[in-house]
Design a protein around this ligand. Structure first.
Ligand SMILES: NC(=O)c1ccc[n+]([C@@H]2O[C@H](COP(=O)([O-])OP(=O)(O)OC[C@H]3O[C@@H](n4cnc5c(N)ncnc54)[C@H](O)[C@@H]3O)[C@@H](O)[C@H]2O)c1
Length: 320
């Protein structure tokens, strides 16, 4: 039996990785989450051990260092990019990761962790590893600091470490982000869908031409599994490799729901705003045996179909 730890497993991406792993007959999963932003509802379909604990819980670190796990997926983090408490962000995101690096290095346990396209800030796209790494907020900095610490471990970490810089991920399992604390951090796809279903006016920053690399959760899960099964160490981008504009998302939503939307455009109130992100996948192809398979059209159609069927939780064997 291969036993994996998933930190942040009650969250969007962690619960999807768990659901996919648990489909395999020879695999077991332990989810470790402090429930600061994740949601127990994501865990309902997952028949595995769940622990409420910090991702650098001493008992967990001792188990990892003793070689009790086949691999660690580290998804836990403060994921609200508007949090400005610098010390807290670095403690939770960066310090805890260093402890996981040490524990996994001690037992040569493979470690796959979540980095972010936030490391690029507003640098010119396409965004490539080692170029334009100019984060614009403490969240992006905390992820860049993780990548830098990890690189110091590559040579002596015999299990290998892969950092995945996710771009804008969307898909089932992110409902908690829509609902939490009045601060909506869900993907644009879910936000637009919820507004459309509530019969509300769809609004975009002027004039909806901002471009993002949106990546569907199915591709993100596959990238994680490939990273775990590989042997190399490094950090690489996980995106669709193609930027699409906000207006495209509205058009695809309209097609999927059989509606046409009259968008209201308003001034963007943010002084910092990423205008164009797009993953350069050359380093990804070197490190991972993976490439994205979903376009914005196929990913959004799949997602909207599931939302229409009332499926909110992570992708799982039952609904796939
Ligand atoms: N969703 C995206 O578009 C995106 C983009 C770039 C990077 N990421 C990164 O991917 C990872 C997963 O993000 P997500 O979208 O699933 O977010 P999420 O908020 O849904 O999941 C994060 C999970 O980590 C848990 N957590 C937070 N601090 C913890 C701690 N100290 N110990 C244990 N658990 C803790 C939360 O309770 C939550 O369940 C994060 O590291 C995030 O920074 C996500």
């Amino acid at each position: 039996m291969k036993r994996y730890v998933i930190t942040g497993g009650a969250g969007f991406i962690g619960s999807n990785i768990a659901a996919t792993l648990l489909r395999q007959s020879d695999t077991d999963v332990v989810i470790v989450d402090d429930f600061s932003s994740g949601d127990w509802r994501n865990l309902i379909p997952l028949d595995c051990e769940v622990r409420a604990a910090d991702c650098d819980d001493p008992h967990l670190l001792a188990e990892i260092a003793a070689g009790e796990y086949h691999g660690v997926f580290h998804e836990a983090a403060i994921t609200d990019t508007t949090v400005m408490d610098q010390r807290r962000m670095v403690e939770v995101n960066t310090n805890a990761f260093k402890s996981l690096l040490e524990a996994t290095a001690a037992s040569s346990t493979r470690l796959v962790y979540a980095s972010s396209a936030g490391t690029y800030g507003n640098s010119a796209a396409p965004n490539a590893i080692g170029r334009g790494e100019q984060p614009e907020n403490i969240y992006g900095f905390s992820k860049l600091a993780m990548d830098r610490i990890a690189s110091r471990f590559y040579a002596r970490h015999h299990g290998g470490i892969v950092g995945l810089r996710y771009f804008n991920v969307y898909g089932p399992g992110e409902h908690h982000k829509h609902e939490r604390n009045g601060n909506n951090t869900a993907s644009m796809m879910l936000q637009l869908y919820m507004k459309a279903k509530a019969g509300e006016q769809l609004r975009l920053f002027k004039y909806g031409e901002q471009q993002r690399d949106f990546v569907y959760i199915r591709d993100v899960i596959d990238a994680n599994l490939e990273a775990m099964n590989g042997t190399l160490s490094g950090v690489c981008n996980v995106g669709s490799g193609r930027a699409r504009c906000f207006n495209d998302a509205v058009t695809i939503l309209g097609d999927a729901l059989g509606q046409s939307f009259d968008v209201e455009y308003f001034d963007n109130p943010f002084s910092f705003y990423q205008m164009h992100t797009e993953a350069d996948l050359s380093e990804t192809q070197r490190i991972l045996d993976w490439q994205p398979t979903c376009t914005l059209e196929t990913g959004m159609r799949d997602y909207i179909q599931r939302l229409e069927l009332g499926q909110r939780g992570p992708l799982d064997g039952v609904h796939d």
